[in-house]
Design a protein around this ligand. Structure first.
Ligand code: NAP
Length: 249
């Protein structure tokens, strides 16, 4: 799909990875809806930085766990930009919970993590699918994690939420074909994001040391892969791993 003058909604667009995705899509010619939940200042500053580059961009507040807010987001974006072609589901919540401590894996944390990381993307996809199918054109990209492919990551709940997202990618590719293509990127550890700052230092060090390339994954590599998945005409239902060589699938 030619990305010039398309409209992309990026959930978590104010986050460490999300803002790189916003800039990469903008460089390919897309207009950007920067979606934040609580950090209004960061959402506005990412939108301002895009506008300073001459990009049409605006910040939107939305908690993806609330379908009413998601519906208002989609309405707001189509009112502001006149169309909606791309959805990037980058927003997520994590909290370090030791794998063997099942007592610490409370049902409250489990539910919150699955709500934000798995049910939230479902609300978003349901809200945009009607528009994309009507215009017979759309691209959806999920941001999962290698934790969804092999037991790793910040908690069992986080890993299960990302495994669900990877399977949801396949199902949504089936459900929305042939006009809407759905793909997923599964990054390994990314340095310099708030999510990474929530992890124990030992996990961060182990992650980079155990990679074949002896480094963390690169946020811009992930963002560029997202752009490729928006451009593609022949790839759907796939998950691409970017993790400096840690897991194979
Ligand atoms: N960092 C890593 O090492 C790593 C590795 C693999 C995969 N990932 C994945 O990469 C993506 C980006 O992570 P990141 O590291 O860039 O995280 P980050 O900087 O912490 O950003 C997380 C984003 O999610 C948003 N968010 C959280 N709860 C939300 C909700 N209920 N509704 C809407 N938005 C919500 C936050 O918005 P507010 O700040 O406004 O609340 C923020 O923009 C996530 O899907 C993460 O799981 C990260």
């Amino acid at each position: 799909m030619e990305l010039k003058s398309t409209v992309a909604v990026v959930t978590g667009g104010n986050g460490g990875l999300g803002q790189r995705i916003c800039h990469a899509l903008a460089s390919a010619g897309a207009h950007i809806a920067v979606v934040y939940a609580r950090s209004a200042g960061e959402g506005e500053s990412v939108a301002r930085a895009l506008q300073a580059r001459g990009v049409e961009a605006a910040p939107f507040a939305c908690d993806v766990t609330d379908p009413a807010q998601v519906a208002r987001l989609v309405e707001g974006v189509t009112e502001r930009f006149g169309r909606l072609d791309i959805l990037i589901n980058d927003a997520a919540y994590n909290k370090a919970i030791p794998f063997r401590d099942l007592g610490a894996l409370t049902i409250e944390e489990w539910t919150k993590i699955l709500d934000v990381n798995l049910t939230g993307p479902l609300h978003c996809i349901k809200a945009v699918a009607r528009i994309m199918q009507r215009q017979q054109r759309g691209r959806i990209v999920y941001i999962a994690s290698i934790a969804g492919l092999a037991p790793s990551g910040s908690s069992i709940a986080y890993a299960v939420s990302k495994a669900g997202l990877i399977h949801l990618t396949k199902w949504m590719a089936v459900a929305l074909a042939p006009h809407v293509l759905v793909n997923c990127v599964a990054p390994g550890l990314l340095e310099g994001t708030r999510a990474t700052a929530n992890l124990p230092k030992s996990q961060i060090e182990h992650s980079a040391a155990s990679a074949l390339l002896r480094k963390a994954a690169d946020k811009d590599d992930v963002a560029n892969q997202v752009v490729t998945m928006c451009r593609t005409e022949t790839m759907t239902g796939q998950t691409v791993v970017i993790d400096a060589g840690r897991i194979f699938h």
